[in-house]
Design a protein around this ligand. Structure first.
Ligand code: NAI
Length: 341
């Protein structure tokens, strides 16, 4: 199936963290992009944010100013929803709330032509349920980007029960053209990634609640020992606790309140306090000017460059560690069978 031509216009509704990033991705690929948000000034602020991000690349000599100007020039903030009517595809990235998304999609169906693809960036709401109140649910598809959208390659293309297969294929091909690595998923709660990620956050929050360690220490352990790019607390600060908490509730309820997906009171407290993470300047950590991240309380490494590690026998799955130690500059001696070290 053919990807959308870059001559077609894309609209993005919701100019928060995700919407602005998605607008950048589409504009980078060459599309004209309408960006709309119900909050006054948010769409322009979203475009300014994209310009600021890209300017950093210019400053580092990684991008030409001209290219940045062209990308930013393709993003058009629009104040009325009706202005997106002639778009070939509209991607919604508004608040994670079924009723509000329903109402927006119904408005879009009225406004846009029959051929317009309606895509939702929902993290967890059933695409089937979102389509249920549309007259043409076959043109609704999930197009789930990850945060930050310009950097993260994965896109889940989510098919609801009524989604037309060819619509999903067009979106898949378009995501590929936009430099992404799309995968098809069905509209199961949390799709693929959020299904897997829920226990990651939930278990970390339980560790915190039980006083196992503080957020900085738990983050450092997950990063350093688990080789994750970010620990659970810095990651949820990036995602936004309002969004993450809404997704947790949505998956919890979709699985008939299975205890595995139980939301955490810690996250509820953060949301109620307005500590939404980076976007509000405070979450588990503070992001205000001059604030310093607390140091993790971890044991310093006892290994020095001249340490020799003797590996005896088959370590099974843990044998992957041998190469990591070797890469870290340690001297490894491997010995087979019984006998002296
Ligand atoms: P956000 O809170 O940063 O931005 C949401 C924006 O939508 C706000 O600017 C708000 O004013 C606007 N908005 C709300 N209702 C609207 C309406 N009816 N019409 C127009 N604009 C409206 O949220 P974020 O993080 O960008 O999330 C948006 C969507 O993307 C949610 O569905 C979320 O689940 C999903 N998502 C979020 C990820 C994350 O890491 N934050 C990752 C992947 C998906």
């Amino acid at each position: 199936m053919q990807a959308l031509d870059t001559q077609t216009t894309i609209a993005v509704i919701g100019a928060g963290a995700m919407g602005s990033g998605i607008a950048q991705v589409a504009a980078q690929a060459g599309h004209k992009v309408y960006l709309h948000d119900q909050r006054d000034g948010a769409a322009s602020a979203g475009r300014d944010g994209v310009a600021k991000q890209l300017q950093r690349r210019v400053d580092k000599g990684k991008m030409e100013q001209q290219a940045v100007d062209a990308i930013v020039g393709r993003i058009h903030p629009v104040s009325a929803l009706s202005e997106v009517a002639d778009s070939r595809m509209v991607i919604e990235a508004i608040i994670e709330d079924l009723e509000i998304k329903h109402s927006l999609l119904a408005d879009l169906e009225e406004l846009c032509g029959k051929k317009t693809i309606l895509a939702t960036n929902t993290s967890s709401i059933s695409v089937t349920a979102l389509g249920a109140k549309l007259r043409h649910p076959e043109r609704l598809v999930g197009m789930h980007f990850f945060n930050p959208a310009p950097l993260m390659a994965l896109v889940e293309v989510v098919k609801g029960l009524a989604t037309d297969h060819s619509v999903a294929e067009i979106v898949h091909a378009t995501a590929t053209n936009w430099g992404k690595k799309p995968v098809f998923a069905t509209s199961t709660p949390g799709f693929i990634v959020n299904r897997v990620a829920r226990p990651f956050y939930a278990e970390s929050l339980r560790l915190l609640q039980e006083g196992a360690a503080d957020p900085a220490t738990l983050d450092a352990i997950v990063r350093e020992a688990g080789n994750f790019r970010m620990g659970p607390f810095e990651l949820t600060d990036l995602i936004g606790h309002d969004v993450n908490y809404a997704v947790t509730n949505s998956v919890f309820n979709a699985y008939y309140q299975d205890a595995r997906f139980l939301p955490s009171l810690i996250q509820k407290e953060l949301v109620e306090a307005g500590r939404l993470g980076r976007k509000s300047g405070h979450g588990f950590y503070s992001y205000t000017e001059g604030s310093k991240r607390p140091e993790p309380d971890t044991e310093p490494s006892r290994l020095s460059d001249d340490t020799t590690l003797i590996v005896k026998g088959d370590l099974g799955p843990a044998s992957a560690l041998i190469n990591r130690f070797r890469d870290a500059g340690l001297d490894i001696v491997e010995r087979d069978g019984p006998g002296q070290l």
